[in-house]
Every structure is written in C-alpha cells, then in structure tokens.
Design a protein around this ligand. Structure first.
Ligand SMILES: Nc1ncnc2c1ncn2[C@@H]1O[C@H](COP(=O)(O)OP(=O)(O)O)[C@@H](O)[C@H]1O
Ligand SMILES: [Mg+2]
Length: 509
C-alpha cells in the first residue's frame, strides 16, 4: 500500500516536558490507523504536529513520499491533512452548511452564496454517506451530529488524511457505532483515517493497524488482527492490566439518599425527569444506565442542587435537600464527580492545590478558621497527585496546564477524598485512560466497602455492569427497570434502554 504520511524522528519539547522523544510514525493510504496510549503519552502532540499546529524541534515529515514543512493548519490542509479535535470548534448559532464552508466560502467571501453552499454540503454528505441537514442550526444538534459536521468540514477541504483526536470520548455507544461505520466507509473510499483513542474495544473493532505510544515514544506498531486488547493494554500501561474489577458482595445498610416522585424540567421546559424514586444505601453502588438524553443530566443536576425540581423530594442523611444549594448539599455529605469536569469541576486558571482543596476548606488540617495553611494544602495536594497518579504538574502548576485526563483525575481525587457519605460519579471514566479507570473503579468499590453510598451514572454499559451492585435503567425520564448487578445481562439492559420492558416485550412510551 502507498504511504500517505511518514513522520521520522519527531522530537517536541514544551519547556521542561518532552512530549515526543524521537517518534517514527507512518500511515498508509486507505487504512484506519489507531494511535493509542495513556493520557500524556504524546498522541495529541504528534498529531498536532502533523496538522501544522506545532512545529517539531527535530524530525521530518513526508506526505505522499515528498518532504514537507507544515507551518500551520492551512499548509497541512493544502497537503491533504485535516484534523477534528476533541473539543469542537463550530459556531452554534450558524447552520450546518455555514459551519462547513466557513473559511472557504463559495462566492467571493463577502458574498456568501447560501444556495451553492447548501448544494455542496448535500453532495458532500451524499458522497461520504454522512447524512446531515445543511439548514439545521448546529446549536440544535446532538453531539454525534456536531462531530459529523466537523468531519464534513474537513472533507469539504478535500483532504486525504483525516485525523480524529479521541472522537468517541463524547459519544454514546450508538453514536460511536455510527461513527465507526462512517470511518470504515471513508477508508474504503481511499482516505486515511488516523484515530486517537485509549479505548481498546474501539481499536479492535475499527482499525487496520495500531501504533502504541508510551512516554513520548512509539513502542510498537502492529496489524490489529495480530494483537489483542489485553496485549495492547499492557503495552500501553507497561504492566498487565486486569479487565474486571474484583469486588465482594455488597453489604448495604441504612438508606443515605432517598429520592421520591421527583419531577424535573429540562432546559426546554419539557419534563425531563418524570416521577423518579429510588434509594441508595450505605455500602452499595447503584448504577444508572440509559442512552444519553433520557433525563440523567437533569436528575443529577437536581440531586446536586444545580436545578430546582418541580415536584418530589430528595433527602440525604435524613436532611431534606430538595431545592437546596450545592453548598448545602455538600455540607450534608454529598460529593460529586461531574461528567464535564472542565466546565463544572475546576477553576482552570487556579493552581492544582487551590482546586484540590475546594470544598475541603473546613478540614481543620488545612485551615484555622478562615486562614488557610498553605503548606498543609500543598502537602495534601501532593498526596492526591501521588495517590491518583496525576501527571503533568506540581501542586502549584495552573490546572489548565494539565491534559484533559489528568484534570479529570484531579477532580475525582478531590471528591473521592472528602469522605462524604454519598458520592455521585457521573461518567467517571469518560476521557480517562485505562490505568486510571481501573484505579477509579477500585477506589469506588473501596469507598463502598467503607460504607459510602454511591450513585454511578454512565453511558458506558460495561462500566455500569462491572461496578454496580444494582442497576436502574432510565428511559424518557422514568426508571423503567431495576436489575441486580451480579446477574445483569447486557442484552436485557440494552432492551430496557431502548424502552422495551421485559414482560411480554411491550414498548414503554
Ligand atoms: N501546549 C503545551 N504546553 C505544555 N505542555 C504540553 C502542551 N501540550 C502537551 N503538553 C504536555 O506534553 C505531554 C503529552 O501531551 P499530549 O500530547 O496531549 O498527550 P496525549 O494526547 O497522549 O494525552 C503531556 O505531559 C502534556 O502535559
Ligand atoms: Mg490527547
């Protein structure tokens, strides 16, 4: 097969950090090439170099066998290389077509030709079988479709190589399936797709070849059919990885959280949670499964005090916390690992230690009255850094300098060390590498065994199945079924998630 891109001996330093230490990477025409590695391994840096966002300190790049210097993304696109980042860069208030052509509009730039743009986008989406309505506002699209717009935007610029940086981190299992079909089709039509991930199931199901990065180096390149998820995992982490969490049977005690007849409005005024009731007891992990958008977000928002319920009651440790503020909920023993850690969990310009102690200020070890003991705060943060293996900075580094996965670990570390009686873990493994997932799952189980009540919300069914003691399935704002964790079948939960109740297969509406 013909080589599409070839990077040789790439070195990239950021101050004291060497993100790439002499990397050789190549991808062939028409292949799906997975680039895997733990957070901080240097994957994004390497691909940002290929997209012209960073210039390498050393090394060379060839495109189609010809040496090139990629000084910026425009040059990269001219050489047929495009990239979709983890955080989308679309303009929500514009239509799909406008977003796709933005920056290379048909017409003379001043005179945006809407009809031409619509027609071009329609043709493009037909060519690549990426169905989209050119006139829809990006604002109204679910994440999976926004990503499709990003991909079309790149394809509109006639690239041959498409780089996707952790494209599935924000997707539901269904959206991921669709993306994979699209990726396969793109490769079949002769494009090269470079796909960054650290999820091994994805590598196995979609890629032809895989390059494994660790500590700024590519340590192995292999055909996907010649390896296994277990082998890739241990190559990535540098030690054998257990895929299943070990836990003994739960010993639940008294109820800590009680929710009854809870009704919560969604953002558009329609009821998103419609009369939900359940309990979480001390010493058990209750999992909430469901396709994204079935009321999970609104339910959590209501429990943590970010959204006022319309009806119903929430008690925590015997205190009525319905409609109370997040601060009061925390005072009554709530800890919360939010799904969007960057938005809800951290103050990015503040240092690691300032973020780490947020919510711990009343810990007598860390402060005397209103006065913080900074030395203790830094020591406490260093402990979290060591325990949770947070990489990329020290206690005084600004949090924004950490990679996304390490920011997530910082939030999880803070919340898991509060010793609250109740913790909500919302998508705890989203965007985090396998070493960290294994660690977090084990931490959750250890907390359970110490008597914490845990509510786990996840779009990842495997995560729900391996960690939960009981599983509630949420569908259109209602709990449509409860399954004991130990005997749960993926199939049965999947059916409930689609709104099909088990008895007689009747459809829930
Ligand atoms: N712009 C930057 N400035 C400083 N350090 C960076 C920058 N980008 C990445 N790094 C560091 O380089 C290392 C590799 O990061 P990255 O390429 O993002 O890894 P990955 O994508 O594999 O998670 C990390 O230690 C990260 O903190
Ligand atoms: Mg990355």
């Amino acid at each position: 097969m013909a080589q599409a891109v070839n990077m040789k001996n790439i070195v990239k330093r950021f101050g004291p950090v060497t993100a790439n230490r002499g990397v050789d990477f190549s991808a062939e025409k028409g292949e799906v090439h997975a680039l895997v590695g733990e957070n901080g391994a240097g994957k994004s840096t390497l691909m940002n170099i290929l997209y012209g966002l960073h210039s390498p300190d050393e090394g060379t790049i060839e495109v189609g066998g010809v040496p090139v210097v990629l000084t910026n993304p425009r040059v990269a696109i001219k050489h047929g290389i495009g990239m979709v980042h983890q955080h989308f860069k679309l303009v929500p208030s514009l239509t799909v077509a406008e977003n796709i052509v933005l920056g290379s509009e048909p017409g003379n730039g001043l005179n945006f030709n809407r009809n031409v743009a619509f027609r071009q986008v329609r043709e493009l989406s037909k060519t690549y079988d990426l169905d989209i309505d050119p006139g829809a506002l990006v604002h109204d699209l679910p994440v999976g479709l926004r990503q499709r717009v990003e991909i079309l935007k790149v394809l509109y610029r006639s690239v041959d190589v498409l780089i996707l940086d952790e494209p599935t981190a924000v997707l539901t299992p269904q959206e991921t399936e669709e993306l994979f079909v699209n990726i396969r089709q793109l490769a079949n039509s002769g494009k090269t797709v470079i796909f960054i991930t650290h999820k091994l199931g994805e590598v196995m199901s979609v890629s032809d070849r895989v390059s494994i990065m660790r500590d700024g180096r590519i340590i192995k390149v292999t055909n996907t059919c010649d390896t296994s998820a277990e082998e890739i995992a241990s190559d990535m982490v540098g030690r054998p990885v257990l895929f299943r969490v070990k836990k003994r049977e739960a010993q639940p005690k008294q109820p800590i959280l009680s929710v009854s007849k809870l009704v919560v409005d969604g953002s558009r005024g329609v009821e998103a949670v419609r009369g939900v009731g359940f309990e979480v007891r001390s010493g058990e992990i209750v999992g909430i499964a469901g396709v994204q958008g079935n009321g999970q977000d609104e339910l959590i928002d209501a429990l943590v005090g970010l959204r006022k319920p319309k009806a119903g009651k929430v008690t925590l440790n015997g205190h009525d916390i319905t409609s109370c503020s997040p601060a009061i909920a925390r005072d009554h023993g709530l800890s919360y690992i939010p799904a969007d850690r960057m938005r809800d969990g951290l103050c990015l310009p503040a240092s690691l230690w300032e973020n780490a102690i947020a919510g711990h200020q009343r810990n007598p070890q860390l402060s005397r009255g209103p006065v913080l003991n900074i030395k203790e705060c830094i020591r406490f943060t260093q402990e979290l850094i060591d325990k949770f293996d947070i990489r990329g900075g020290s206690a005084s580094t600004p949090s924004k300098a950490l990679s996304g996965g390490n920011q997530q670990k910082l939030v999880a570390a803070r919340e898991m060390s509060r010793n609250g009686e109740f913790i909500i873990a919302d998508q705890p493994s989203r965007g985090v590498d396998i070493g960290a997932i294994e660690f977090m799952h084990n931490r959750l189980i250890a907390m359970r065994d110490e008597g914490t009540a845990i509510l786990l919300v996840s779009a990842d069914l495997d995560e729900i199945l391996s960690v939960s003691d009981r599983i509630l399935v949420l569908y259109k704002g209602e709990v449509v079924g409860e399954v004991p964790g130990a005997h749960a079948s993926k199939d049965a939960i999947g059916r409930l998630m689609a709104g099909i109740r088990d008895e007689g297969g009747e459809q829930v509406v």
